[in-house]
Design a protein around this ligand. Structure first.
Ligand SMILES: Cc1cc2nc3c(=O)[nH]c(=O)nc-3n(C[C@H](O)[C@H](O)[C@H](O)COP(=O)(O)O)c2cc1C
Length: 198
């Protein structure tokens, strides 16, 4: 199965072939790969180089962190995400340290770090499915996240299950073609809503 984007302009293959599966194989994620994913996140740019991202990682079969993260996910995500061998919470530190002034770019920068992680994962044959469907308050309490930070997202990481053995509902979703808005709908010039000319 290929989910390669049908792009209007040529882009790097790594970006075109990334996608978010619902069905994960039980194959564990190699520890070197896992370290590399967070190393890639580490080298993302951030406002004032604050690096406001934090990650809480649970690996299936290693203690109960995987289950504790799973328990914090919204019900629709809990159903499929448990099969992924690695679950991660994405946390944002809201203030600059040590000044305490608000960091308006903090959520943006978590996204950049995750973007780096996605590229590294794709190159290594791994898949990531991000989730906003997470009970942020429950996760914050469960993992002792301080008041200066908040839980924003979660990620399921592993190998996409290409065996065709998974639940039909999710297999169907995994087989759909990936679609996007065309450039003129979001790249503007002159005025918001007016397509850029370049
Ligand atoms: C920040 C973020 C939050 C998301 N939250 C969820 C979620 O809670 N549940 C879910 O099934 N998919 C979630 N997704 C996955 C998107 O639905 C998916 O990325 C989008 O449909 C595009 O598909 P693709 O990643 O395969 O190109 C999320 C993606 C992002 C980036």
């Amino acid at each position: 199965m290929t989910k390669t984007a049908d792009t209007d302009h040529k882009i790097h293959n790594t970006l075109a072939t990334r996608w978010s599966p619902y069905l994960f194989a039980e194959t564990p994620v190699d520890v070197n790969d896992l370290q590399a994913l967070f190393e890639a996140a580490r080298w993302a740019p951030s406002s004032y180089n604050e690096q406001p991202w934090r990650f809480i990682v649970g690996v299936a079969g290693q203690g109960d962190d995987h289950q504790r993260i799973l328990d914090c996910l919204a019900e629709p995500n809990r159903v499929w995400a448990g099969r992924a061998p690695v679950l991660v919470l994405g946390v944002v530190v809201d203030q600059f340290v040590p000044s305490g002034t608000p960091n308006k770019a903090a959520e943006h920068d978590l996204g950049l770090a995750v973007g780096n992680l996605l590229v590294e994962a794709t190159v290594r044959g791994l898949s990531v499915h991000q989730m906003i469907g997470v009970d942020a308050d429950a996760a914050k309490t469960e993992f002792g996240v301080p008041d200066s930070a908040h839980v924003l997202t979660a990620m399921a990481i592993g190998h996409a299950d290409k065996s065709g053995a998974g639940e039909a509902k999710y297999a169907e979703r995994d087989n759909t073609t990936r679609t996007r808005k065309p450039l003129p709908e979001f790249v503007f010039g002159t005025r918001f809503g007016t397509s850029a000319r370049f």
